[in-house]
Design a protein around this ligand. Structure first.
Ligand code: ZN
Length: 306
């Protein structure tokens, strides 16, 4: 039997329940992003109107990713698939075909001026595969272009909410402008000649160019090929000559190569950078903006010590 209090609560809640049902928005649009950084950008632009799935999750390496049957199902159910492009997701076209998806495929980097990969693999080969460097998100200015492409793609698939996507994209671009200024202000504490770092794979070329930091890497842009002994020796020489003040591990890469170089040279490891993936929720890089902040803070701290 209902108590009087419970009955009163039900009566009081009833009009709200009716109002909520009437105003309930349509189901969120299903969107697949290929990796976690893009998934965050889609969430920033889509808000509650989208349900985003990331194929490669936090701390995952998208370069050599092997798609699963669940990925094909996610693609088949999606209305929009957001990809980085610039050769990042070499496994994607086959997955799109095998999934039979009819989703609109949005290439987030479409408006970006690509940088050519300095080297496809290893270090110092001196040969060039002519490949593009896919890591364009490491420059905030490029991510503003990503956001514009994502908003246009979502609006095309879901015209009824085009205004919402444009408004959210505009607000997020303003956040990105502030983030870009924040990164520049933080790096201003480091003299230009000390801004030289070593990372696991060559993911920071766009960052280097945008924010005036020199970056050398143990591996090339693909993260897959092992560096040769000669390449490692060349890096060790540069560090011993004092030309690289700080070494960094990455969240997506095996840290052993950098640890070996640190042990060999006595150089200090300045921490872990988030290159191609976010951290888990609750970690230091759970969103794109936090990823850029964390990386900048970590680099500045290492370069201003000792
Ligand atoms: Zn990478």
């Amino acid at each position: 039997m209902l108590t009087r209090r419970a009955a009163a609560l039900i009566l009081a809640a009833a009009p709200f329940a009716v109002a909520r049902a009437a105003a309930r928005p349509a189901e969120p649009m299903s969107v697949v992003a290929t990796f976690s950084i893009l998934a965050d950008l889609v969430r920033q632009v889509g808000g509650e109107a989208v349900a985003v799935t990331s194929l490669v999750g936090p701390d995952g390496d998208a370069h050599g990713y092997a798609p699963t049957p669940a990925d094909a199902r996610a693609l088949a159910a999606a209305r929009v698939v957001v990809v980085n492009g610039l050769g990042f997701e070499g496994w994607l076209n086959r997955l799109v075909r095998s999934s039979g998806t009819r989703a609109k495929v949005v290439t987030a980097s479409a408006g970006v001026t690509p940088v050519r990969a300095e080297r496809g693999h290893g270090h110092g080969h001196g040969h060039d595969h002519g490949a593009q460097d896919p890591h364009a998100w490491q420059d905030v200015a490029n991510v503003k272009l990503y956001v514009t492409a994502i908003a246009a793609g979502l609006a095309e698939a879901d015209a009824a909410r085009a205004g919402d996507y444009a408004r959210r994209a505009g607000a997020y671009v303003a956040t990105l402008d502030a983030l870009d200024r924040e990164i520049r202000a933080a790096l201003a504490a480091v003299p230009r000649e000390r801004r030289r770092i070593l990372t696991t794979h060559d993911a920071f070329h766009y960052f280097a160019r945008a924010y005036e930091v020199d970056v050398v890497a143990v591996r090339g842009v693909s993260s897959e090929a092992e560096p040769s002994a000669r390449e490692i020796a060349s890096l060790i020489r540069q560090i011993r000559q004092g030309r690289v003040p700080a070494l960094f591990m990455e969240n997506i890469s095996d840290p052993r190569s950098v640890q070996r170089i640190a042990a060999e040279t006595g150089a200090r490891i300045g921490g872990k950078l988030y290159s191609d993936a976010l951290s888990e929720a609750g970690g230091p890089a759970a969103t794109y903006a936090d990823l850029m902040r964390h990386n900048t803070r970590t680099i500045v701290a290492a370069l201003t010590q000792g």
